[in-house]
Design a binder for this molecule. Structure first.
Ligand SMILES: *Cc1c(COP(=O)(O)O)cnc(C)c1O
Length: 422
């Protein structure tokens, strides 16, 4: 997804190379690897790649394409507007949007062939949209089996299914799917997943008795895909895993066979020698314990680095340092210690906040710990001021010799925010 012009086209700043200054580098081959890994775990169920929230901050359109290349059959987003943006980019895969308001544009969703999640009140609006568009809506009925968020209550399920089937008989919609969402799948020892699974089986039976014949029944998110084959049904909805991150407290990405796709990097923007006792950043919560070199890291909470994450890891020249003092809007500081003239040489040096962790470097999990949050939030909140750079993107090529699957890797070629780099 490209960012709206109103947020500023920071990539067009004259006289600078924004990708070199700071970027979130998204490795689309890592995305493909992770989709293949999750697809293998899900077999014979199919994979819906969840690309809501701009693909958890990674860039919805390039990630959606990479996921489809690697074998995902469906795409999932929260908002209809996110689904329409994918359609506008030419993506015609089966696509589900499940979180609506009374202002959501159901007509546009029907017109664009977007599947619509329905928890109850939406049904009348969906049917009105289908009438207006003269086209049957594709609906996935959602049931709340215990999470307590959206989805029909178990008590109202019977009624919802009955109404939906009446509309289906009138040709106004087709019940394509039945789904629910798990609440504690990331904690496999907890009993509630079994309870939700049992409730889901019950509602499926009710729906089948009412004559529903869904294409896809779906319940599992990433943690359930990896730990609970009995939750897979026909389709798994995987988000976090396709970005290469672990949903489990005690297991790393590598242990799960996943590769973190995003690297957040910038360059040292100042290095200076200071005496013992130098206070650092707003509030002066940190003072140097001796003569020291401070390195300024030109990213802050406006870029999505959590303000509370003092102590988060920053790697410079092969070593990892904790952020000292408060993280500010645009910048933060690391203390390199008493390294003398070596400090000056680090001006402009590559800085990694997190990456794939393969060589012991800092990870999004480390930042999540420093911020008291989860890895989902760390990658998702990286802001629009940080240009996304896509590596290992594939470009469609003309089919040659009658082959229809011609895709060529553009080695090393990168795009910025989904646009070809000029
Ligand atoms: C976000 C979301 C997912 C994906 O969850 P992950 O834990 O990231 O795999 C699946 N289903 C629904 C309904 C969601 O909102």
């Amino acid at each position: 997804m490209t960012y709206p012009v109103t947020t500023g086209d920071f990539s067009a700043a004259p006289g600078s190379d924004p990708l070199s200054e700071r970027s979130a580098v998204v490795d689309l081959e890592a995305i493909r690897h992770n989709v293949r890994r999750l697809a293998a775990a899900a077999l014979p169920a199919k994979v819906m790649a969840v690309v809501k929230a701009d693909a958890y901050g990674h860039g919805a359109v390039p990630v959606a394409r990479a996921a489809m290349e690697a074998g995902a059959s469906w795409l999932g987003v929260a908002h209809i507007s996110e689904a329409l943006a994918l359609r506008a980019a030419g993506i015609d895969a089966p696509l589900l949007a499940w979180l609506h308001t009374t202002e959501s544009n159901f007509g546009a969703a029907v017109a664009a062939g977007v599947d619509i999640g329905c928890s109850g009140w939406e049904l009348e609006r969906i049917v009105a949209a289908a009438r207006e568009q003269e086209r049957p809506a594709r609906v996935h009925l959602k049931v709340d089996t215990g999470l307590g968020r959206n989805g029909a209550t178990l008590d109202s399920w019977d009624h919802l299914v009955g109404e939906a089937m009446e509309y289906q008989d009138q040709g106004l919609l087709r019940v394509v799917g039945i789904f629910s969402h798990l609440s504690v799948a990331d904690e496999p020892e907890r009993p509630e997943t079994d309870q939700q699974l049992a409730a889901f089986r019950d509602v499926l039976a009710v729906a089948e008795d009412a004559g529903v014949d869904p294409e896809v029944r779906h319940l599992a998110n990433t943690p359930a895909t990896l730990s609970r084959p009995d939750t897979h049904f026909d389709l798994v909805r995987v988000g976090l895993g396709i970005y290469g991150l672990s949903p489990f407290e005690g297991q790393t990405s590598a242990e799960l066979g996943l590769r973190p796709a995003m690297t957040l990097r910038t360059r040292v923007s100042q290095c200076k020698d200071v005496p013992k006792g130098q206070g650092v950043s707003y509030g002066l919560r940190y003072h140097t314990s001796g003569p020291s070199t401070l390195a300024l890291i030109p990213m802050g909470y406006a870029d999505g680095v959590p303000r509370v994450a003092t102590g988060g890891p920053v790697r410079v020249a092969g070593r990892t340092y904790p952020v000292v003092g408060r993280i500010a809007m645009d910048q933060m500081v690391i203390d390199l210690g008493n390294i003398g003239p070596a400090g000056a040489a680090l001006l402009g040096a590559e800085v990694e906040l997190f990456g794939n962790g393969a060589d012991g470097g800092p990870t999004a999990d480390d930042w999540a710990r420093a911020a008291g949050t989860n890895n989902y939030e760390i990658v998702t909140r990286i802001g629009p001021r940080v240009p996304r750079r896509f590596i290992n993107e594939r470009a469609a090529v003309e089919p040659a010799n009658g082959q229809t699957n011609g895709q060529a890797a553009l080695n090393g070629q990168a795009t910025v925010n989904g646009q070809a780099k000029p």
